[in-house]
Structure formats: structure tokens, C-alpha cells
Design a protein around this ligand. Structure first.
Ligand SMILES: Cc1cc2nc3c(=O)[nH]c(=O)nc-3n(C[C@H](O)[C@H](O)[C@H](O)COP(=O)(O)OP(=O)(O)OC[C@H]3O[C@@H](n4cnc5c(N)ncnc54)[C@H](O)[C@@H]3O)c2cc1C
Length: 312
């Protein structure tokens, strides 16, 4: 785990602004975090079947088929990621089932600090169209990555190699590129189907501005569990609860679209460097703490906080 204090935005390789949020940003090693979650689940009495792959679902008799066993279920919570097998099986069986959008491809590489060192959380615009590349300091390593939105055509491997070269990463040959899907398109409008509840990436719950989905995966998992425990119309209850996540995601999509729009994007790049306090305010209220305030309210609160600062 590492705690970083600087948040910077770049236009290409040129730094536009750096801010220092009031709380350090915590970055975790994903394998360690996942292992901790499994341990916690088991300590609460959960049964974890490592490596058990789901290959079929019988929706009439409510039976899930794994490679070497079958499991009966009352409710099936599909938490099997962006390329969800459950989604694929159900889409094949039912033409009325609406899938989430196609997943964009993401590349990420963890570089040793001796080969490249950059503190903090850094966002690089204009490396790829309509999105950004990133560099996150994480303990012994720095995590570099970028995403290719589905409506763009370019060589993502070449873009990633160029990004790494431009940053000055040494020993590029040590770092084979690894890809993964990230569902930053449209989530499932109805993430429940019969008694199957889609959570996390399987349901497309990823915030499009930041590409973050861990919070949404965990929160949708909690909503699914609560809905099953409460009983009644489980699917409807789950969809009602998941509305909150959809609203957060819609808000992220709105900001993402502003970045894609030439007029607002021009305004952003011309002015962002002049307003580090606003960048900090936006980071703290919108990114670090999920908040559903409309943009005008964010600006109003920022102006009020500025006034209070001046009066002190
Ligand atoms: C490169 C990259 C960087 C990211 N960085 C961040 C970040 O910094 N912060 C953030 O919040 N989010 C980040 N995300 C998004 C985040 O990783 C996901 O939103 C989150 O992991 C979703 O969790 P999940 O449990 O829904 O799916 P996953 O984490 O994908 O877990 C799905 C699980 O289901 C298993 N599975 C799949 N198919 C089957 C099957 N047929 N049978 C049994 N098991 C199966 C898989 O093995 C996996 O263990 C990133 C994504 C990518 C691709």
C-alpha cells in the first residue's frame, strides 16, 4: 500500500497543474487486496472454491454447472467481470435479455522504480483520443496504463510503447504489455434477469471518467446481498438500489463527454493550469468522495469555500 500526496494533470508530457489533496491518496496492490477479501469472506463462514469455473446455467431448474460439479441456487450473483460468462450464456438463451455495451481494452504495466520513478497520481491527456493515460506510484512500482475507447481505431500497443518511451522508462523489454477489458460504456439497464443479479464489471458498473470500478463492484455486491436477505421481489429491490450507482456513473459519463467535446475541452485545457484550487476541490468532492452534485453546485460550493478561506 502507498500513500501519495500529489495529483497532477498533464497535456501530453507537459505538466499543467499539481495539487495536494488534504488527505493522502491510498493506492493498493490489487492481488493483496483480493487475497484479504477472500480471507475475510472465509473468516465469516463463506465457502471459497478457488479455480471453480462456471460453464453453464440451467435457468429452469436453477442449477449452475461448474467444470466438475453442479450447484443449485435460489439466486445467482454474477460477479464474473467484464467478460461475464453468465452474461454470455443468458444472452444466448434469451433474446429479450439486454447486454451491457462492448468493453474497451485497457493496457497496464507495473514498472520498477529503478526503471521509472514518478511520485503521485498523474493523468496524461492527449496521449490517446478522448481519454487519458496514467502513472500511479504504488509502493515499489509505478503503474502505467491507458485505455482505448471502442469508437476509436488506433494501435494501442504502439501508443503504450510511445507513452513509456516519452516518459523515459528504462529497459522497456522487461515489461511485456498486458491487456484487460474495462466496461466503461453503458451499464446494463436491467442488471437483474429472472433470479440472476449482475454486479460489478459483469453489470458494467464502472465510472467512465476515472475508469474506477472497485467501489462500484463492492457496493453493487452489497446491494445484491441485501436484496436477497430482505426477500420479496429481489430483482426489483436490487435494481432500485443500483440506481444510485447508475447516477454516479451517468455523472462521470457527463464529465467524460465534456472532455470529448471540442469547445469544453478547449476551455478546460486553456484554464485548468490557472485553477489548482478548483482542481483540488473537484478531485476531493467528485473523485475521492462520490457526490451527485450538479456542476453548477460544485462551482458554487467552491466559491463559497474560497470566501470562507479569505475571511479566516
Ligand atoms: C488495467 C485496469 C486498471 C484498473 N484500475 C482500477 C483502479 O485503479 N481503481 C478502480 O477502482 N478500478 C480499476 N479498474 C477496474 C476494476 O478492476 C474493476 O472494475 C473491478 O475489478 C471489478 O470487480 P469485479 O469483481 O466485478 O470483477 P473482476 O475483478 O474482474 O473479478 C471477476 C472474477 O470472476 C472470475 N471469473 C470470470 N469468469 C468466470 C467463470 N466463468 N467462472 C468462475 N469465475 C469466473 C475471474 O477470474 C475474476 O476473479 C481497473 C481495470 C483495469 C482493466
Amino acid at each position: 500500500m502507498s500513500r501519495e500526496t500529489q495529483f497532477s494533470l498533464y497535456d501530453g508530457m507537459k505538466r499543467m497543474v499539481t495539487t495536494t489533496p488534504s488527505e493522502p491518496m491510498t493506492l493498493l496492490s490489487r492481488p493483496r487486496f483480493d487475497a484479504w477479501m477472500v480471507e475475510h469472506f472465509v473468516s465469516l463462514g463463506g465457502r471459497f472454491h478457488d479455480g471453480a469455473e462456471l460453464v453453464g446455467i440451467d435457468t429452469i431448474n436453477n442449477v449452475a454447472t461448474l467444470r466438475n460439479q453442479t450447484v443449485e441456487y435460489d439466486y445467482l450473483i454474477a460477479a464474473d467481470g467484464a467478460n461475464s460468462t453468465v452474461e454470455r450464456i443468458i444472452a444466448k438463451q434469451f433474446s429479450t435479455f439486454k447486454r451491457k455495451d462492448k468493453n474497451p481494452l485497457c493496457l497496464e504495466v507495473n514498472v520498477k522504480r529503478e526503471d521509472f520513478d514518478m511520485p503521485g497520481v498523474n493523468i496524461f491527456f492527449h496521449i490517446i483520443p478522448d481519454s487519458y493515460a496514467w502513472s500511479f506510484a504504488k509502493g515499489e512500482e509505478v503503474c502505467l496504463g491507458l485505455v482505448k475507447l471502442t469508437h476509436h481505431e488506433f494501435d494501442i500497443n504502439a501508443a503504450m510503447r510511445k507513452f513509456m518511451l516519452d516518459l523515459g522508462v528504462k529497459h522497456l523489454e522487461r515489461y511485456p504489455l498486458r491487456g484487460a477489458m474495462i466496461p466503461v460504456g453503458k451499464y446494463m439497464e436491467h442488471p437483474s434477469f429472472r433470479n440472476i443479479l449482475f454486479v460489478g464489471d459483469a453489470g458494467g458498473f464502472v465510472e467512465p471518467l476515472t475508469g474506477e470500478g472497485i467501489y462500484h463492484a463492492m457496493q453493487s455486491g452489497v446491494y445484491a446481498a441485501e436484496s436477497v436477505i430482505e426477500g420479496g421481489t429481489v430483482g426489483q429491490a436490487y435494481e432500485r438500489k443500483a440506481e444510485y450507482l447508475k447516477r454516479l456513473i451517468n455523472q462521470g459519463a457527463y464529465y467524460q463527454q465534456l472532455l470529448e467535446k471540442p469547445s469544453t475541452s478547449r476551455y478546460f485545457f486553456r484554464n485548468v493550469g490557472k485553477h489548482p484550487h478548483f482542481v483540488n476541490h473537484f478531485y476531493e468532492t467528485q473523485i475521492e468522495h462520490a457526490c451527485l452534485d450538479p456542476f453548477w453546485k460544485i462551482i458554487l460550493k467552491y466559491k463559497l469555500s474560497k470566501l470562507t478561506r479569505h475571511r479566516k
